[in-house]
Each structure stands twice: as structure tokens, then as C-alpha cells.
Design a protein around this ligand. Sequence first.
Ligand code: HEC
Ligand code: HEC
Length: 340
Amino acid sequence: MRLIAIFFGLIFLLVGFRSNQSIELIFPSSWPEPIYNSNNYPLNEQKVELGRALFFDPQLSSDNTISCASCHSPYNAFTHVDHQLSHGINDRIGTRNSPAIFNLAWQKDLMWDGAIHHVDAQALAPINHPDEMGSSINEIVQKLNKDVRYKKAFKSIYSDDLITGERVLKLLGQFMISLVSCDSKYDRVMSGKDKFDEQEKRGYELFCKNCSECHKEPLFSDYSFRNNGLEPDPQLKDIGRMKITQNRMDSLKFKVPSLRNIEFTFPYMHDGRYKKLSEVIDHYDRKIHFSNTLDPILEKGIHFTTNEKVDLVAFLLTLTDKNFMFAPEHGYPKDFFNQK
Ligand code: HEC
Ligand code: HEC
């Protein structure tokens, strides 16, 4: 009898231990240390899982039609591809293209203009935005408190089943911080497990010479704010970083986006103006719009021959990380939503 008790005790201990495990971000040793301080709020497997359920749950919008994943689909490295600008509830159109979400642990500022500094505060913006989810954290908390699936899940993580706004935001933050994309062909080449073909090699050289100052390896962004010479859209009148700092010298500057998974994150730029990578390269080649905040690196444009353009695109395609995009643990959490 005592043996049986010890046996079940042990099983309980093992299961309990496994399901409440803290997790570490896994990334190549050559990468810089993440900025996200995991000591303050360590990643935890169960919390990441619950954060994923919230991320895919349309109950976070006022009419239960739009989830975070509607605009940030895992199969496109967590951005949307169907429109230039994001579409929210009642098909209302926003003013910017949704950025891809991965490697947030290395980013100091979020949004195209750096309006947000902490991942736990991020979700409030789309939740409250009338053209995005049109809801409020109080409304969401009320809905979730009536949902037994969440009651059960909260109870198993925290010692009570209290669903609070703070917990919801932190859980979403846990899921997003856990999204690390570091398994592309480029990464395998860098770790000596694979080789570029001749064309990719030429493309990589062109990239290092012309693009990597801003799209800095290994994250493919230095996450600074810069003006890359896009002609301002007369309708959107988006002044970028200046909206936050009120400093004229920040006019038309936007956060340098990572080029990881770029094959799948079209349309491109903060307003989604370009559909194809060849159009982006043509932009740098001959469409640079001059203004007094244009980045000095781009003053003369970056010129390529037709062959060089093809080589550069071949290199950019090596940044695709399908293992990240199609990882079951990043997709719709069927098991959570199908439970009775
Ligand atoms: C209607 C479409 C839409 C929905 C729904 C939406 N987002 Fe976004 N998201 C955007 C757009 C557009 C931006 C860029 C906004 C800006 O720069 O001003 C963005 C930016 C972000 C960023 C910043 C990424 C970066 O690299 O700076 C994160 C993180 C994010 N969203 C998470 C979420 C979460 C969490 C939810 C659900 C609570 C959500 N989003 C719902 C469209 C959406
Ligand atoms: C001076 C810094 C700078 C240089 C050099 C630069 N870029 Fe960019 N790039 C940016 C900025 C800033 C953006 C975002 C602009 C925006 O949306 O307003 C961007 C956007 C992009 C995008 C769109 C990404 C997305 O997710 O929307 C691609 C693709 C891109 N650049 C490729 C390149 C290539 C290829 C080169 C070299 C030929 C290059 N860039 C050189 C700063 C730079």
C-alpha cells in the first residue's frame, strides 16, 4: 500500500514538474544575448501554451471575429499577407501593415515607430483599437471568466482561477517572447551544417556590402529607426518615428524590419506598398525619395545589374525558416479549443 502511494506520488511529482517547467530560449551561441530579462518573468511552458490559446482566440475582439492570429498568422511568420494594410473587425482598414512576430526577445522597441517598449503592454494596442479588435481588457476578462476552459487552465497555473487583465497580457507576452526563428538555411550555413550554392554566395556578398549595415546579422535588423527613402503616401501621411518623439529629424523614420522569413512576409514596408522582393530591390536601385531625413547610406541609391538582383533574391530566400512557421507548437491550439 505504502509502495503504491510512493509510486503515485512519484508520478504526480514527475508530471507536475514537467507541466510547470520554466523554459529557456534556444538560439545559436553566436547570437547576442536577448534584451528581454527572463529573470523578471521567466518563461514557463504552461504559460506559453495558455498565451498561445489567447493569441488564437477571437473572443479578444468585440464581435468575436478577430484574433491576434488573424493579422499575425503563424504560416507567414506571424504577419498577414492578404492585404497591404491590416483589416480588423467589420473589415475596417488600419493604417499600417502588420509586422512579422519573432525574435521579440532581442527588440527594445515595438511597432513601426517604437510606440511600445514592453511586450506585456503590446496587446492592449490592438485590443483597444477601434479598427483592430475594438474591445477592452475589461470586456475580455469578463468573457474569459465565463469560459470553463480558461478557468481550468488558470487554476492549474496560478493557485486560484482568477482571470485578470494583467495575467492575460503577460500570458500573451510569454507566447510571443517564446517565438524564436533561428533555423533557416542561412543559420545552417553559418553553423557549418550546410553550404550556399554559387548564386546564394554571390547574393550574400552583395547583401553584406549593401544591406547589412541596417539589416544587421544575425537578426537581420539593428532595430534602429531609419528613413529608407520611401515616397510618403499622400493619403496616409504617416510620419513614423516623429509621431512618438515629436522631433523633426525623426520624420519618415521607421523601425528597420528583420529580413528573416522575408519570402513569406509580403507585402513589404510599413504600408505594404510592395508585393515582391524584386520590387523592393528596384526601390533601393532607382526609387529612393530624397528628403532631409533620408539615411545617408542611401543617398546615391544601391545599384544592381539584372543578374545581381537575381543573386540577391536567391540569398534572401535562404532566410526562410519553415521549421519555425510550421512548428505544431506555434499553430492553432486545437486541443485547448476542442475540450469540453
Ligand atoms: C487588425 C490587425 C491586427 C490585430 C488583430 C493584431 N495586430 Fe498586432 N499589429 C498590427 C499592426 C498593423 C501592427 C503595427 C502597428 C504600428 O506599427 O503602429 C502590429 C504590431 C504588433 C506587434 C509589434 C511587432 C514589432 O515587431 O514591432 C506585436 C508584438 C503585436 N502586434 C502583437 C499583437 C497581439 C498580441 C495581438 C492580439 C491581442 C495583435 N497584435 C492583434 C495588426 C494587428
Ligand atoms: C539605411 C538603412 C537600410 C539599408 C541600407 C537597407 N534597408 Fe531595407 N529597410 C530599411 C527600413 C528602415 C525599412 C522599413 C521601411 C518602412 O517600411 O518604412 C526597410 C525595409 C526593407 C524590406 C521590407 C521588409 C518588410 O518586412 O516589410 C526589405 C525586403 C528590405 N528592406 C531589403 C533590403 C535590402 C535587400 C537591402 C540592400 C539592397 C536593404 N534593405 C538596405 C532600412 C534599410
